[in-house]
Design a protein around this ligand. Sequence first.
Ligand SMILES: [Cu+2]
Length: 457
Amino acid sequence: MSFTRRQMLGGLAGLAVVGLGAGGTARYWLGRRDDDAGHDYELIAAPLDVELVAGHQTPAWAFGGSAPGTELRVRQGEWLRVRFINHLPVETTIHWHGIRLPLEMDGVPYVSQLPVKPGEYFDYRFRVPDAGSYWYHPHVSSSEELGRGLVGPLIVEEREPTGFAHEVTLNLKNWHVDEEGAFLPFSIPREAARNGTLGRLSTINGVPKPTIDLPAGQIVRVRLLNVDNTATYRLNFRGDAQMRLYALDGNPIEPRPLGKDYWMGPGMRVCLAVKMPAAGEEIAVRDGPVRLGTLRAVATADAPGDWPAPLPPNPVAEPDLANAEKLNFNFEWVGQVSEDIGEKPPSLWQINGVAWDITDKTCADRPIARMQLGKSYILEFKNMTQYQHPIHLHGMSFKVIASNRRKIIPYFTDTFLLGKNERAQVALVADNPGVWMFHCHVIDHMETGLMAAIEVS
Ligand SMILES: [Cu+2]
């Protein structure tokens, strides 16, 4: 495999830059030609002390001077160009979760690029085909790197206005910190062998139980992103609010009620339209019975809006189910827990009898499945474990078509929360050539075996 050379720092002087946000280290570059319309960012990853626990500093790592990182925005169909600069003490990459892009831009070490070492930079450049809510994070030492705060939202705006006059992004993350803000272990083998190692301090946009002001009587587009390592949020709301679900994991659906608890696994997103109540009233954003934060209605002079039309569908190829080839994927528990793990994480999970070794740079040379470019496939997911797994595929979106546990209204996604002992079918057109990661997004499940590569050629 050959890689785009990573580059040493040194050539950055002399670029015209315009500051974005006070004290931020993300910069938006102006002055591009129209023929390659796009959005240009300089994004620095660096250590940053944050105050998660009042009166205490937590030594986080951050993209663009905040944790979660700078919200990157780009318009559908245009280029996103990010000069990523690594000022961390460790090597890293950026993976663009849910974006259908060329393999060289996918951010997987030794598969799509070499890790970006401290002091180096890497230019990510790709066209963004689909509108919706996405996010970015490293694919190197993920338990620690995501755990320390290297997660950020990537919002792809629709080509045309959608009718939403207001919007807000809520990044959900539980931090692995103690009462004094010190980091706790990001992955403990006996937890990795079960639900995964949970953080202890829940936050929205890096703040525990925040109150977020939104205009009373207005319909607000609320993007909720689960950027956590481990937690599946049982999302629900309390308060006098009408709301409709407009998109799942970046892809539009026919608007419908949220229903009772929406189970949002790591990596998953929802786009909701929330009609804010009268000024002074509040809506609790909850995980099961636990309040994560509050949306507070504040007075506005704006006239009340109407529910926007459904969002336009993304240009994802429709799989040919009648002629699709079937592939089976069994997700299994191995559970060889050893507390004395040394340098190597234990092997706890496997797909079709094969555990991924996160320390072996050659695993991607042995894809678990091969797909023919342009052909349709039905993937049968069989969860043979007592734990749920948010199953994520890089490079392509897939359509969820059936489950033995619940009624499915077919929809496109990049991450499917596979329940305990559930069997589900998803379908896709293998239309993006490359070797694509296919893994559970509970980070310490992924790092203890629950990952594989699928080759499309
Ligand atoms: Cu898992």
